[in-house]
Design a binder for this molecule. Structure first.
Ligand code: GAL
Length: 998
């Protein structure tokens, strides 16, 4: 029995050879993107094919929008798996349950559609297998979801009304090649259009546009079938196709995306396109563009939209590119499939290095020890080659595409070799990438994912452990290194970015990497009462799924940047600015004290597009500032400048008035296509040393006595219960504070099940850190204040934290000195160490002096800027798709929570608060603290599965932490680095509480 076409390994029938995609041509096109009639069947054979016939009446069918996925339009449901195939693995067979969407589109051919030439019907993306009819005539079938497919329809297409019928199967042999970690989303999800091909039209064309950095000359040759002429007016080029033209040009780079408008005219068609001159080579063990090593500050981008899945419109693509540019990202790996072709035009235009990856992943065979892996079975080789050809031919004319990637996570096999041989022969101008075979036979880059910092360091030194095969080892050791995936951005995090960047900047071999990944794939859904949230795996009743592992991006699903993106932008900034006090003999306050070191970390660009400005803050209030002259610096160059003399007078004289903060920013000097003039590209701030005494000394010197009064104890304006727990401060009812070590585990705390090392959250729960008990051993009220000794410990272990609270009071403030002594063998880190207290819900306005505006943790704090910040409790929450610990502000010297009635507030605006209402002021005495405030407890946060599970209560819970455990990247990568671990050890910290001035 011959296989059904959808279970046929051979890729397609009736389709044409692939060719270059281009947007602008004078040949006619008719987009067929609209609302089509739609019928869903549960099996591939369940419905007949009468619908393909001319006279069939589909008026009672449902509707579907093309491009789109039917599962996101009310028919069936999406499903998410990471590695596992959601069907039995028996290639190339698929289950009988094979949702099949019959699509019908009636369209009128415009009256002026030209008579001569040919007409093609083009599909830019259909998942996963289609069979196509026009006016009742079958055109053919195809697989290869994220790749273009064209049919010749000349002679079948007719004037007036036409009937296009497309049957789409969710599962096909092709599904075995498309096991990427993402939603399974069937449908006609990219454009469908008729393309007229006049007689003598461009059949296909290839642009060769290299750049010789030694001479400054570009070489242009455009090969075309049929022959024609190429003109580039700006360069005075008017040449025949096939002819080499050599002349001085400005090169294209991701930093300087210089494009030249060009025109290709054949007898039947004129095509407009843009040329970028650049040459990519592997030389001296480095990947070089135009003769220079480049550093990828990259992200992995899946196409995703929270409502439309992989049907991503032009505006969204452009927004992605603009957001990348605004966050200093310079590279994108199109994980794990070629994107919509228009995305690459945007990368050419805005400037991004692109690793264009083929639509290929067979990861699920890993579950079977790679038994039957299609890339190692020659019966599949034609399908693999078809995929490679469709990608390369479609995308070959983009200067932004600097590397071809064979696919992702397919293990190893001869099929990959066949792909690499074909690509090398077809396009020797670009290196190849493939990560999943340790010997790298088909890759010009040594690529890894989630390697630890230590391992990257060894690789940087070309001292990594050897491969068994000496020849393969020697070859690999000579290759440039990239992390095709690192820093798993799932939930809160990723931690450890700064440490990776240091390695990339230290070792020439380490040419950067691509954070996993760009955007959370959460699908917009609503609760029964209409509240919006983002759904993830398991929310659609999938029997096999991988939960929220699909939400691991730097953007939230609605494209709001997450704190991880802000951190990444800071870590990879292309200009490093270090501001320091010169400290000559300890004198301060003279202009020469403030030294600014500027390093240009661009690979190609100077700093001409940037303005530098300095500012000075005294106790968080702006006290001066102005432009800063920085000498022109070429790539890699640095200079030291001193702030202008009038800086000090602007700051109001020597530093006696309080802490002075010096901040220097590099901002865009002019509007660009991705951000406006004044957009901050890079910044540096003088290191703030913790002031010797932050809190008012009044609370420390002398104290009022503590006294028992009935069922309470009083100390100054503070009231405690008989267990020594603070219940009131002046007019303010309070709960606590008490020692707290628990945080709602982050995805990185939870870690991935396959991680070899201990996973924090598992250990914490095992030891019961989420259910600590407080035992009071002594409460002593006396003339020195109140002394409370406690032991805080989890059930069923001998572990404990002896915690002493020493309260004193004077001048209306109360001071709390806490000491913590661990007992037992705490051989695992603590989540946090600090105090939790509850304040009335009305205290929703927050002002703090410390790190901001966004959240930070020990290993995600590069982007935290010291200043005077204002926000609200609501604005301080980070809405991770799966709720988890979030929102800490680091280095806080003081904070005030005030009544927010009548106020609205954004996140971290620098405006001073309006004076109003009673509130609470907390001051650090020596070490600054970490501030977190929210309307639910850590336990409620931990229990929530979606943002809509979190409901505000009567209390704002405030965490004032002495220390926090780092974040790491263990949801897929390495855990918290040793220097960011919070070890249980004796600790002391002091806070002062008061009622803020009105
Ligand atoms: C990698 C894989 C990605 C994604 C990531 C984890 O192994 O290539 O597609 O699954 O892990 O989010």
């Amino acid at each position: 029995m011959s296989p059904e076409y959808y279970e046929d390994i051979s890729p397609s029938t009736g389709t044409l050879a692939p060719r270059a995609w281009y947007a602008a041509s004078d040949a006619k096109r008719l987009p067929l993107n609209e609302t089509w009639d739609f019928r869903l069947s549960p099996t591939a054979v369940g419905s007949g094919t009468e619908f393909t016939e001319d006279g069939y009446d589909s008026s009672d069918w449902d509707k579907t929008v093309v491009p789109g996925h039917w599962v996101l339009q009310g028919h069936g449901a999406p499903a998410y798996t990471n590695v596992r195939y959601p069907f039995p693995v028996d290639p190339p067979r698929v289950p009988d349950e094979n949702p099949t969407g019959d699509h019908r589109c009636l369209f009128d051919l415009p009256a002026d559609w030209p008579g001569g030439g040919e007409t093609l019907l083009r599909f830019d993306g259909v998942e996963s297998c289609a069979r196509v009819w026009l006016n009742g005539r079958e055109l053919g079938t195809f697989q290869g979801s994220r790749l273009p497919h064209e049919f010749r329809v000349t002679g079948v297409l007719r004037p007036g009304r036409n009937v296009l019928a497309v049957r789409v199967h969710q599962w096909s042999a092709g599904s075995y090649l498309e096991d990427q970690d993402m939603w399974w989303l069937p449908g006609v999800f990219r454009d469908v259009a008729l393309h007229h091909r006049p007689e003598g039209a461009v059949d296909d064309y290839t642009v060769h546009s290299s750049y010789d950095h030694t001479s400054g000359e570009g070489t242009l040759r455009v090969d075309c079938r049929p022959r024609g002429r190429v003109t580039v007016p700006e360069l005075g080029i008017d040449a025949a196709t096939g002819e080499n033209v050599v002349l001085p040009v400005e090169p294209w780079t991701a930093e300087t995306p210089r494009l030249y408008d060009a025109r290709l005219a054949t007898p039947g068609e004129t095509v407009h396109f843009r040329i970028g001159f650049r040459t990519v080579r592997i030389e001296d063990g480095q990947l070089k563009v135009n003769g220079k090593r480049v550093l990828f500050r990259g992200v992995n981008r899946h196409e995703f939209h929270p409502e439309h899945g992989r049907a991503v419109d032009e505006a969204t693509m452009r927004l992605d590119v603009q957001l990348m540019k605004r966050h200093n990202i310079n590279a994108v790996r199109t994980s794990h499939a070629p994107p919509h072709p228009a995305f690459l035009d945007l990368c050419d235009e805005y400037g991004l290095w692109v690793v264009d990856e083929c639509d290929l992943e067979t990861h699920g065979f890993g579950e079977l020890d790679w038994e039957g892996n299609p890339v190692d079975d020659e019966r599949w080789t034609a399908a693999l080659l078809d995929r490679a050809e469709r990608m390369v031919e479609r995308d070959k004319n983009h200067p932004s595409v600097v590397v071809w990637s064979l696919g992702n996570e397919c293990g190893s096999g001869a099929g990959l070799g066949a792909m690499s041989r074909w690509i090398r022969e077809r396009d020797p101008s670009r290196p190849l990438h493939y990560e999943n075979d340790p010997e790298c036979p088909d890759s010009d880059l040594y690529s890894r994912m989630y390697a630890t910092h230590d391992e990257v360091e060894l690789i940087g030194q070309r001292k990594e452990p050897p491969l068994e095969d000496a020849a393969a080892d020697a070859r690999r050791r000579a290759l440039p290194f990239v992390l095709c995936e690192y820093a798993h951005a799932m939930g809160n995090g990723p931690g450890g970015l700064s440490e990776y960047q240091r390695l990339f900047e230290t070792y020439e071999r380490c040419q950067g990497g691509f954070v996993w990944e760009w955007i959370d794939h959460g699908l917009l859904r609503r609760t029964d009462d209409g509240r919006a949230y983002f759904a993830y795996g398991g929310d659609f009743g999938e029997e096999v799924h991988d939960g929220n592992f699909v939400c691991d991006g730097l953007l939230f699903p609605d494209r709001t940047p997450s704190p991880g993106l802000t951190e990444f932008a800071k870590v990879i900034e292309p200009v490093r600015i270090e501001v320091a006090r010169a400290e000559p003999g300890g004198t301060s306050g003279t202009a020469s004290d403030v030294i600014v070191r500027v390093r240009n970390l661009h690979d190609f660009a100077g700093l001409g597009h940037l303005d530098f400005e300095w500012s000075c803050q005294v106790r968080g209030e702006r006290a001066g500032g102005g432009p800063l002259a920085v000498p022109p610096l070429g790539p890699g160059e640095s200079a030291t400048v001193t702030l202008p003399v009038d800086a000090v007078s602007a700051a109001g004289g020597p530093s006696g008035r309080g802490e002075i903060l010096w901040t220097v920013r590099a901002v865009l000097a002019q509007d660009t296509s991705w951000a406006g003039q004044g957009h901050t590209v890079a910044w540096g701030q003088s290191a703030v040393s913790p002031p010797a005494a932050i809190a008012s000394s009044a609370a420390r010197t002398g104290t009022e006595p503590a006294r028992h009064a009935g069922e309470t104890i009083t100390l100054g304006s503070a009231v405690f219960d008989t267990a020594g727990v603070l219940t009131r401060l002046g007019p303010l009812a309070l709960t606590g504070p008490r020692l707290d070590v628990w945080r709602a585990p982050t995805d990185n705390d939870e870690g991935a099940p396959w991680q070899p090392e201990a996973r924090s959250a598992t250990t914490w729960r095992e030891y019961g850190l989420h259910r600590m008990r407080h035992r009071t051993d002594c409460v002593e009220a006396g003339p020195e204040g109140l002394l409370v000794r406690t032991r805080v410990a989890p059930a069923a272990t001998g572990l404990g934290l002896r915690t002493t609270y020493r309260w004193s009071s004077s001048a209306g403030k109360v001071r709390l000195a806490v000491t913590v002594e661990p007992e037992g063998a705490w051989d695992f880190p603590l989540p946090r160490l600090g105090l939790r207290l509850g304040v009335p819900a009305a205290l929703g306005d927050v002002t703090w002096y410390g790190g901001g505006p966004g959240e930070a943790y020990p290993d995600t704090r590069a982007a935290s800027m010291t200043g005077l910040w204002h926000s609200t409790v609501d604005g301080m929450q980070t809405p991770y798709v799966r709720p988890q610990e979030n929102g800490a502000r680091p280095d806080v010297q003081w904070a005030e929570l005030r009544d927010s009635s009548g106020r609205s507030g954004g996140s971290g605006t620098p405006d001073p608060p309006l004076p109003h209402g009673p509130g609470l002021r907390v001051e650090a005495e020596a070490d600054p603290f970490w501030l977190t405030a929210r309307r639910w407890t850590s336990e409620e946060l931990d229990a929530a599965e979606h943002t809509t599970d979190l409901v505000a209560g009567e209390t704002v819970w405030v965490n004032l932490d002495h220390a926090q455990h780092g974040i790491g990247s263990q949801s897929c990568g390495p855990g918290v680095l040793p220097q960011h671990r919070l070890t249980a050890a004796p600790a002391e910290f002091t806070l002062v509480f008061g009622i803020p001035d009105a």
